[in-house]
Design a protein around this ligand. Structure first.
Ligand code: KOT
Length: 820
């Protein structure tokens, strides 16, 4: 590997052994003979980190020397998972390290399990950010990821009597060998206070933000190792600290305890990740979190521009691109305006032009409840100057471009305004993001179309050139090479090694679908993973499952729009049929769920309970006779996903059409040879295009049909009465059979019937159930199934995040690839 050439001597087994033992002795002060497994994990990580840091410094130096444009990815979430194995494989020293450790009597594979997941995200949006960081380094693009150094990541999920219970996730309790504090780049952030108008010596007015409270932001850097590349970018995460000066007066007055209480309050800002996926709660602390990390990040970017170059501000966008990962960091737009206008004294119009050239915005959802708005009164209290700036942006926009295009049209102004006026003023962060950026993108073709047609139709009319589609992708390193090294090796043996960095090569695997000996090996790898997952299931759930059954997997956040309950209704229907007919024929199936629900999402928690309740009946009912198992794996996250995905046969992607922006689990599963059963939603549409209709199971209403159904008037009772199967399944589930309490799943049943079934579970049920019958038939024809599976793997090349990131680099950021 090219990247190794530079430091080959550091990467020998002997050198690694020496490094690891040195870290054990000198960094950790441990005896080699008595060091704990955790000590070994830390020492090994530090040995790898040493090698990586060299390249991180080199990358920084090179990027600075060449004065290249960098992208700054602003995201409130990064779902990184574990780093050791990924970094070892990406830097090409996995084997040498494995040998080094084994010569010292240690097993690398068990050490890597010691690492806690870095779970600083909720789901798809956070994991996408992590995949992008991997691709940016691999594709030699100069980049910095900015985020929050949460002390507690996404909660740990446990089931008590089948119900979700949340526990704090102290991923950092023992520190982390991967993060490095950078105290010299600490930043000060101002909040609250008020604004005053002042005049300079020429009588010109300006605004000052005064009597603020201050917070400090301490940056922690995590190196991001690319695959077969010398570029090492960093992920910079900000930790909130109290500003000692702020408390000095209180302190001097003898109020020591009070001073420390203030300090503790300041530090809550980076304490915990908000566990809501796709819903916003409008909490003050959340706004403070957003502004805190945005202010630190922009100050860091501005510092680099001012110290690195001697250029006019008009050149700022030629050095810095800033990508907003959804609207969560959108307060960066008024913040940059504040810096340019209030601090750097630029003219408004010049500052605004710089802003628009600098920012670009990715939208990740169409769900109305997930579109961020902030109560203007709250916003004003926390960020008084920013609210003024937003009002000014809005005024100029409505009186300028909007008035010019639609003179006197109040309706258009209301639709486009940054401020929603109904029910108290609210700031629309999505409108702010579109207006403050030169590019707005959706994350799959269908999603982008709906973004233009339904979410932002007026903006699209006004600025059609600012909208584009950038279909999501996933990194094939983590989602194939790391999680499925056996398949990765088989692919490399069959088509050569270039595919991990050039995913278009994967298509060369397609012809092996007709090669029966290849099929056998492909199948053996899948079975090996199923055996392994069966053991995990036995250990965590106490249920024994057969690796010869079909592993039918739905892994994603729990949300009504993702329709885990549609899956469950079908399971209940199968259970009924099996009991009713002891000879009912079906390929044995293990239904596997993994999903966390937002702690305050009552109905999602009711669905979790229902799945667990059905599981405990089905798994213990002798009449089922091995045909059906239902497994809910607790605490779903990146690491367990790496075990489930390679073992999956069937991938459930069954959201209501028009609701899932893209999905990325769909891509990971298909890449690992699982077949998809899915609706024409999000990236499923493009997966269908790639694999062909003969290699996927599509069912359900299309976006257009959903619209028609609503126009006609949707009544879920019609479907209830029309289908005996559906009716009996719902009523049985809502009876006392599963828990002894007939009211337990009333919320579930009510949501589907009396509350209008907002996600059309009833309307799609029959189509889903008959599609599942097709799946069953296909699985029983194993040669056919295995061919389909190979075609899925071979045709996933499009869904590499390398392709996505190169599209961003070319179409949005105008970034060159810089080999280091
Ligand atoms: C959460 C809150 C507000 C706005 C958006 C979200 C959000 C969207 N969180 N995750 N997503 C998912 O993002 C993925 C990456 O683009 C998509 O594949 C997926 O469909 C979204 O649901």
């Amino acid at each position: 590997m090219e990247a190794l050439a530079n430091c080959a001597v550091l990467n020998t087994t002997d050198s690694l052994k020496l490094s690891i033992t040195n870290h054990l002795r000198f960094t950790l002060g441990a005896y080699i003979e008595t060091a704990s497994e955790n000590d070994w994990y830390v020492a090994t990580s530090l040995a790898v980190r040493d090698r990586v840091m060299e390249r991180a410094t080199q990358s920084r130096r090179q990027h600075r020397a060449q004065g290249v444009r960098r992208v700054h990815y602003l995201s409130l979430e990064y779902l990184m998972g574990r780093l050791l194995e990924n970094n070892l494989r990406n830097s090409g020293i996995y084997e040498a390290t494995k040998v080094a450790l084994s010569e010292m009597g240690k097993d690398l594979d068990s050490l890597v399990q010691k690492e806690p997941d870095m779970g600083l995200g909720n789901g798809g949006l956070g994991r996408l950010a992590a995949c992008f960081m991997d691709s940016l380094s691999t594709m030699d693009l100069p980049a910095i990821g900015y985020g929050i150094h949460y002390e507690f990541g996404l909660f740990r999920q446990e089931f008590v009597n089948g119900k979700q219970v949340e526990h704090p996730d102290a991923w950092m309790r023992d520190g982390s060998p991967w993060k490095i504090a950078r105290p010299s780049y600490r930043q000060t952030v101002h909040l609250y206070g008020h604004t005053i108008q002042k005049f300079d010596e020429f009588g010109r007015p300006h605004h000052e933000w005064v009597e603020t409270k201050c917070l400090l932001g301490l940056p922690w850097d995590i190196p991001i190792v690319g695959y077969d590349s010398n570029t090492v970018n960093v992920l910079r995460l900000w930790q909130a600290q109290a500003d000692e000066d702020f408390n000095f007066k209180v302190f001097n007055e003898g109020s020591y305890i009070e001073a420390l209480r203030e300090k503790a309050i300041a530090e809550t800002v980076s304490k915990v990740l908000y566990p809501n996926d796709a819903t916003e709660s409008g909490k003050e602390l959340r706004l403070v979190q957003q502004y805190f990390f945005v202010a630190c990040s922009l100050a860091d970017i501005v510092r680099r521009f001012k110290t690195g170059y001697d250029l006019p501000w008009s050149e700022f966008p030629s050095k810095a691109a800033v990508q907003l990962n959804d609207t969560h960091p959108a307060v960066a737009i008024p913040e940059l305006m504040r810096i340019l206008v209030d601090e750097e004294k630029l003219e408004w119009s010049q500052a605004w032009e710089i802003c628009q050239k600098t920012f670009s915005y990715t939208n990740h959802t169409l769900l109305p409840e997930a579109l961020e708005t902030w109560n203007a009164a709250l916003f004003e209290r926390v960020l008084p100057r920013h609210l003024q700036i937003i009002f000014e942006i809005n005024k100029r926009f409505l009186e300028g471009d909007v008035e010019a295009r639609w003179p006197g049209d109040g309706e258009k102004k209301r639709a486009l305004s940054l401020i929603e006026e109904t029910g108290g003023k609210k700031v629309r962060m999505a409108h702010l993001s579109v207006l403050g950026s030169h590019a707005t993108n959706g994350v799959a073709a269908l999603h982008t179309r709906l973004l233009c047609e339904r979410l932002f139709p007026e903006f699209f009319e006004l600025y059609p050139d600012r909208f584009l589609n950038l279909t999501n992708g996933v990194t094939f390193r983590r989602w194939l090479d790391v999680c499925n090294p056996q398949l990765s090796a088989l692919i490399t043996e069959s088509i050569g090694s270039g595919w991990l960095k050039d995913s278009t090569k994967l298509i060369q695997l397609d012809r092996f679908a007709d090669d029966s000996s290849f099929r056998e090996r492909f199948h053996a790898i899948k079975r090996g993973h199923k055996v392994h997952l069966a053991k995990i299931i036995q250990d965590t759930c106490g249920v024994s499952v057969s690796p010869d059954a079909m592993f039918d997997v739905q892994i994603k956040r729990l949300h009504e729009y993702k329709r885990q309950h549609l899956n469950l209704l079908h399971i209940v229907s199968l259970y009924r049929k099996i009991i009713a007919n002891p000879n009912f024929e079906m390929a044995p199936r293990v239904f596997i769920f993994g999903a966390k629900a937002a702690p305050g999402y009552y109905l999602a928690k009711n669905i979790i309970h229902a799945i667990n309740a059905v599981a405990s009946k089905v798994n213990h009912d002798p009449r089922v006779n091995g045909r059906l198992k239902v497994i809910y794996i607790p605490n779903y996250g990146v690491s367990i996903a790496e075990r489930i995905i390679p073992a999956a046969d069937l991938s459930e992607q069954i959201s209501t059409a028009g609701k899932e922006a893209s999905g990325t689990g769909n891509m990971k599963l298909a890449l690992n040879g699982a077949l998809t059963i899915g609706t024409l939603d999000g990236a499923n549409v493009e997966i269908l295009e790639e694999v062909g209709p003969e290699n996927i199971f599509i069912f359900g209403l299309t976006v257009e049909e959903v619209t028609e159904l609503y126009a006609k008037g949707y009544n879920p009772w019609d479907f209830y009465h029309a289908s005996e199967d559906l009716r009996l399944s719902i009523d049985w589930l809502a009876s006392d059979y599963f828990t002894g309490n007939q009211d337990e799943f009333k919320p579930f049943r009510d949501s589907l019937l009396s509350h209008g079934d907002p996600f059309l579970v009833m309307a799609d049920y029959e189509s889903y159930a008959s599609c599942q019958a097709e799946v069953d038939k296909a699985y029983r024809d194993q040669p056919r199934w295995q061919k389909m599976a190979i075609h899925n793997t071979a045709r996933m090349g499009k869904f590499s995040s390398d392709r996505t990131i190169l599209e961003y680099a070319k179409n949005v950021w105008n970034l060159p690839q810089i080999g280091v």
